[in-house]
Design a protein around this ligand. Structure first.
Ligand SMILES: [Zn+2]
Length: 169
């Protein structure tokens, strides 16, 4: 039998998990997902961009423009930070998979948590000052940066389960 040619590498698989996590985001414009994985390819944590616990995502703003307090920027927790904070285990020495290159605020948390490697897909804000600051810190701290050479495209659909039968007691 022929070897499967389209089998996912570990890096592609965990980037797929990051993308799946992003589907939980309520942000109408930007959905970012992250996964933290240890050296034995075990998933340690996942996260996506969202409002802090207790801050209703139907009440807090998702707008990108306007006064700071009318935009998401004052409130939203990024996928990478959520993945770090959600973890039940230490993340030191782990790899972070994230669909978009981390901002400078997340870079601080990534460095301080001891994450040693970042695999990312998009770097669409490479020219922004925040991304430049992020790279400056991550490189100084010796965090390995790897852009995935493949783009992971998930196809997730929902439909009613034809086998589902609601059992009435
Ligand atoms: Zn960030």
């Amino acid at each position: 039998m022929d070897e499967r040619k389209d089998v996912l590498s570990w890096d592609e698989y965990f980037m797929g998990l990051a993308h799946l996590s992003a589907l939980r985001s309520k942000d109408p414009n930007t959905q970012v997902g992250a996964a933290i994985v240890d050296e034995n390819h075990r998933v340690v944590s996942v996260g996506y961009n969202g409002m802090p616990k207790g801050c209703d995502d139907k009440v807090f703003p998702w707008a990108r423009e306007g006064k700071l307090l009318d935009t998401k920027y004052a409130f939203v927790v990024h996928a990478e930070l959520n993945a770090i904070l959600n973890s039940k285990w230490p993340v030191a020495g782990c790899t972070l998979y994230v669909s978009l290159f981390p901002c400078n605020e997340c870079a601080k948390a990534i460095i301080q948590s001891g994450i040693r490697r970042i695999v990312y897909e998009s770097d669409k804000y490479a020219d922004s000052e925040t991304t430049r600051a992020s790279k400056q810190m991550l490189k100084a701290a010796g965090v390995e940066l790897k852009q995935l050479d493949t783009k992971i495209i998930l196809s997730v659909t929902k439909e009613p389960n034809p086998e589902y039968n609601e059992k009435k007691a």
